[in-house]
Unconditional design. Structure first.
Length: 298
């Protein structure tokens, strides 16, 4: 059954995720498609609104937090991964999804990204990469193109943009994928793959921001994207092939699941292996009195 036909047969489940809140994004914004794909993926994976926790960072993406009916939380700028990690470990039955932009993820929150990847926390992370800070009216982020004039750098950005995928791949992740906000069906499939991966799934969406990112409009992406299935010899279990594949940021942008570890032990499985330990994760943060220790100093 095609994705669309399956969704039509689940239109009731789809409508359960809808809210009456008005969308405030600019016309043509990629956020519309990303939110739609997320809803589709949840429905197709038979996840009910009460079974998911959607943790949103601050940014244009975060304005989706009241546009979808589920458990949602709109946290602090750059801190969404620490919030989502805690939630995912506290309630392992909940499907925890973290959503953030390139500004928050690769500047304020880059430390949290590093540790979420290396710990392989059980989270699906959806990065909206629109190459700027859109909500605060178009400042350059770590991914803005070199030389491009932005609101706080009118003479052009001096630094080269960060290769986000190569950076994440260098951290030895367990799952890395990329998609494009203009292709809802592809985003849906990619998010579904991320939801089915047991550890930390990094999904980067190249997002159109017609208001502030004039450097890479929709057409720019459509000219350059290529589906990973169209590379016959590509092995998604080979991290070095994945790193080679993402080197090119200008003329060829492969989309799909770019890397998935074959032998994986995610964070929760590692915790399981400590079964003989006398404490569980929640017990390790029990209240303890330090009064006795302080006696020495007072
Ligand atoms: Fe979308 Fe950009 Fe407008 Fe934000 S500023 S709502 S990212 S088009």
């Amino acid at each position: 059954m095609s994705q669309l036909h399956e969704l039509i047969s689940k239109s009731q489940e789809f409508s359960e995720f809808e809210t009456k809140q008005k969308h405030t994004w600019c016309s043509g914004c990629g956020n519309f498609g990303i939110l739609n794909a997320l809803q589709r993926a949840l429905v197709l994976e038979n996840i009910k609104p009460h079974e998911a926790l959607l943790c949103y960072d601050v940014g244009c993406n975060g304005n989706a937090s009241d546009k979808i009916n589920s458990y949602t939380i709109h946290g602090l700028h750059g801190r969404v991964l620490s919030l989502a990690s805690g939630a995912a470990l506290a309630n392992t039955k909940q499907e925890v999804i973290a959503i953030a932009g390139d500004g928050a993820t690769f500047s304020e929150g880059i430390n949290h990204l590093v540790h979420a990847v290396r710990n392989d926390y059980p989270i699906t992370f959806i990065l909206h990469n629109n190459n700027n800070y859109g909500l605060t009216i178009g400042q350059a982020s770590s991914t803005t193109k070199h030389g491009f004039a932005m609101s706080a750098s009118p003479d052009g950005v001096i630094a080269d943009p960060l290769n986000t995928l190569d950076f994440v791949l260098s951290l030895k992740p367990s799952f890395v994928a990329r998609s494009f906000s203009g292709d809802v069906e592809h985003m849906t499939r990619t998010i579904q793959s991320g939801l089915n991966h047991p550890g930390f799934s990094y999904i980067e969406i190249m997002q159109a921001c017609p208001t502030f990112n004039k450097a890479t409009p929709q057409e720019w992406y459509w000219d350059k994207i290529k589906y990973i299935e169209d590379y016959p010899d590509y092995n998604k279990n080979d991290i070095w092939q994945a790193r080679k594949m993402v080197e090119n940021m200008e003329t060829q942008l492969a989309i799909g699941v770019l890397y998935e570890k074959t032998e994986q032990t995610d964070f929760l499985q590692k915790v399981e292996s400590r079964k003989n330990s006398t404490t569980e994760l929640t017990q390790e943060v029990q209240n303890r009195s330090i009064q006795e220790l302080l006696q020495e100093f007072v």
